[in-house]
Design a protein. Structure first.
Length: 192
């Protein structure tokens, strides 16, 4: 019981920091504005870790690679802790570390997909409820790269844009694939 509570607390801390790092990566990639309350929160939480790493790892094609690498490392550290206290590691081998690194990559992708799902849902809600909200440009910018290709192909029906629904369905399918891949890698870790 106590270990489960500890694991839940550690997962919440690492998950929050990973989500902030991924939000920073996606915001920079989508050229979303950081001059809003959420943008300032993301920068405040992640700046202490990202800035020093930028001296060693530069960005590539406008991508914030230090943020992405740190998000993956956060998931890797959490998974090592979680599997370690659960007794899943029989021995630390190169194969076990490789499998754990792949699982961390899938978990990082899963969290990034959740951010995109949230951005699309909030964008759709804000477009109806409060399009002039201070955070609306942030969410519109995050959702635009994913929605624009669909909006060019799917015409509005009765004045309603159905592209967010199509995108959410596609994202749910991607999340299912990531979940299946994650479940397939689990037994490999026990055999390593």
């Amino acid at each position: 019981m106590l270990m489960q509570l500890l694991l839940m607390l550690v997962e919440a801390v690492f998950g929050f920091f990973t989500m902030m790092l991924l939000a920073r990566f996606l915001m920079q990639w989508a050229r979303a504005p950081f001059r809003n309350p959420l943008g300032r929160l993301v920068v405040a939480v992640t700046d202490g870790a990202v800035r020093p790493l930028r001296r060693f790892i530069p960005g590539l094609f406008g991508l914030d690679l230090p943020s992405l690498l740190l998000a993956w490392l956060c998931q890797l550290m959490f998974l090592a802790f979680a599997f370690g206290i659960a007794g899943e590691f029989v021995s630390v081998t190169a194969q076990a570390i490789g499998v754990l690194a792949l699982i961390a990559l899938l978990e990082t992708l899963r969290l990034a997909l959740y951010i995109v799902v949230a951005a699309v849902v909030i964008t759709a809600a804000l477009s109806w409820i409060a399009p002039d909200s201070p955070v609306a440009p942030l969410f519109f910018s995050l959702a635009r790269p994913f929605l624009s290709p669909l909006q060019r192909r799917i015409k509005p029906v009765g004045g309603v844009d159905l592209s967010p629904l199509v995108l959410l369905l596609g994202l749910q399918m991607l999340l299912a694939v990531v979940g299946w891949a994650r479940a397939a890698l689990g037994p490999l870790l026990a055999m390593a």
